[in-house]
Design a protein. Structure first.
Length: 579
């Protein structure tokens, strides 16, 4: 491996950066088929003595750092950049680059990143490994079509190492900038609108679960794709303990979220009213009791059905926007258990290889699951029809509902590369009119960036097993899906589905389905997205997801009803007979 070492010294009035640079080749890479190829182990490279001094162009308070000017790195390569010079490329989950910076004082610094590609996520860490901010590289037209994204990060005073750590791949980096830096919130993404009012952009969270960022009709970004159990955390500073008015800029069909403190105590519940569209905003207000000084507040989604552009704290002295413009890898279920819920054995004995079983005989079905429904009738239990025992679960979705899904999201503790899922389904004729517009009833959901890699679909009175085209292309927004007809929708009768997944982004993946004991699918090949899109394993969902009802579009049907019973998840040791 050949190395070229460069020493870069920048001296400016407010910030100096000392960088050691190298250009190197990468050992682990993706070939054109998106198959991971490894010729030698991935190397961590430390630079040798400097050989050249270069002066960087900077404004009085802004320092631009070329991404290739790292002191050490793992895994990445350098490419010729369309904007000149080199860019960091071939980024995969777990790769990193270290840089040496010198801040004149401790404080909040705005950081701009020049990125390109299908999109992904990386973190800014300090030398101790603490995450200072999480950055979402937004989707652009290609790996050489660049855009700039910004976050705020709290840096210590003096010389220090910062690391850019890849949570996922899917992007190139050309350069980044460090703007200003004082002991106050200079460069913060929050802007006081009056001497006693602080406006906080919704995307300026310090951490989050499940949401994504969208281009906002009012400028900048908004938080969107909110589902029950999602949340965002923010740091705010108040001059004294007391009651503060909080204004929220919201849009969409309507829903509800809570304002919580760091202990999880609910300080207020906010109802986002229905507006004309997800980009037609209105302002709602609540009063909350906040402690004195710097503190964390959380916006916790009770339901989905709304976007948030910003919120204001009226009467506070400052707000620390040291958060990230991060998007979700994979939504986590609300109140997700740290260990799987105990197996409910129902009326019979089942194998120890069953990780979970829901028979709906108890008083609280789906405990610990993400409950993604938005009406009182979206999920209920029923005494008729039943497949076994005395109760079944009932999903219902109407085209007039405030959201277009009624699903449960399984805890990530059930994720794995080899998993079994089984459930019984009953579709009543009066709630399952044949429709030319599709809906999902089961999916392995891998990332909020795009559709699930594999899913079961109902369309035109038939059931279809679909492998998304992006699985084959390895690139978001491209590829031809593989759709396999596994038979007509059996109405007014119970049907048992048993599904075996072997998740792989190589050709050794598998997807097998049995319907009432007869095998109807035996697919071999890729079943998940490659690490360039996401490194997360899929999370299972069950219920009704009819995305055509998300806007003004219509379909042949206006109602969807689905009963389910005896839902199971099995581990890699499970067998067909266990399910």
């Amino acid at each position: 491996m050949k190395n070229k070492s460069i020493k870069l010294s920048l001296m400016i009035p407010y910030l100096s950066v000392i960088l050691l640079a190298t250009a190197c080749q990468k050992s682990d890479y993706f070939d054109e088929s998106n198959t991971v190829t490894s010729s030698t182990p991935t190397e961590t490279i430390a630079l040798d003595a400097p050989t050249e001094t270069v002066t960087a162009t900077a404004t009085a308070t802004t320092t631009r750092i070329e991404a290739e000017s790292y002191t050490s790195m793992k895994g990445i390569t350098l490419d010729a950049c369309s904007e000149g010079g080199k860019n960091i490329g071939s980024v995969q989950a777990g790769d990193y680059m270290n840089y040496s910076v010198n801040a004149p004082s401790a404080g909040s610094y705005k950081m701009n990143f020049r990125v390109a590609g299908p999109g992904g996520q990386f973190q800014v860490k300090n030398a101790a490994g603490t995450v200072l901010a999480t950055v979402t590289a937004t989707k652009t037209g290609s790996y050489q079509t660049y855009t700039t994204v910004s976050v705020n990060a709290n840096l210590a005073s003096g010389s220090q190492t910062i690391q850019l750590y890849a949570v996922t791949g899917g992007y190139n980096i050309n350069w980044f900038e460090i703007v200003g830096g004082t002991t106050s919130d200079a460069g913060s993404s929050t802007a006081p609108t009056s001497p006693t009012t602080t406006r906080v952009e919704a995307e300026s969270f310090t951490s989050m679960s499940g949401v994504i960022l969208d281009a906002c009709s009012e400028g900048g970004k908004n938080v969107g794709s909110i589902q029950a159990g999602d949340w965002m955390k923010y740091t705010v500073t108040t001059p004294a303990a007391g009651s503060y008015k909080m204004n929220f800029r919201v849009a969409g069909p309507g829903g509800q979220f809570q304002v919580r403190n760091a202990a999880g105590t609910v300080l207020a519940t906010v109802t986002a009213p229905k507006t004309a569209a997800y980009q037609t905003y209105t302002t709602v207000s609540v009063n909350v009791n906040l402690a004195a000084g710097s503190q964390t507040i959380q916006l916790y989604a009770v339901t989905g059905g709304y976007n948030i552009n910003w919120f204001e704290v009226v009467g506070s002295s400052t707000s620390d926007g040291s958060g990230s413009s991060t998007a979700p890898t994979e939504p986590t279920a609300p109140t997700e258990p740290t260990t799987p819920p105990s197996v409910s054995t129902g009326s019979g004995t089942i194998s120890s290889n069953i990780m979970f079983r829901e028979t709906f005989e108890g008083s609280a079905p789906w405990t610990g699951f993400g409950q993604e429904w938005y009406t009182s009738y979206a999920f209920t239990t029923s005494s008729s029809p039943v497949n076994q025992g005395s109760k079944s679960g009932r999903f219902e979705l109407r085209d007039t509902d405030p959201n277009y899904r009624s699903e449960v999201r399984f805890p990530s503790s059930y994720n794995g590369t080899d998993r079994w899922v089984s459930f019984s389904v009953y579709w009543p004729s009066n709630g399952m009119k044949d429709d030319s517009k599709p809906e999902l009833f089961h999916q392995a959901h891998q990332t909020s960036q795009t559709s699930p890699p594999v899913s079961l679909i109902v369309k035109n009175g038939h059931i279809w097993a679909e492998v998304n085209g992006q699985v084959f292309s390895g690139t978001l927004g491209t590829g031809t899906s593989k759709t396999m007809d596994i038979g007509a929708v059996p109405k007014d009768q119970w049907v048992r589905f048993v599904i075996h997944y072997k998740f792989s982004y190589n050709t050794d993946g598998a997807w097998q389905i049995w319907k009432n004991g007869s095998q109807v699918l035996n697919y071999a090949g890729k079943t998940i997205y490659p690490p360039a899109i996401t490194s997360s394993l899929p999370t299972f969902k069950l219920g009704i997801y009819k995305w055509v009802w998300s806007g003004t579009a219509t379909s042949d049907a206006t109602l969807r009803v689905m009963y389910v019973d005896d839902v199971r998840v099995g581990n890699e040791k499970c067998t067909l007979s266990n399910m």
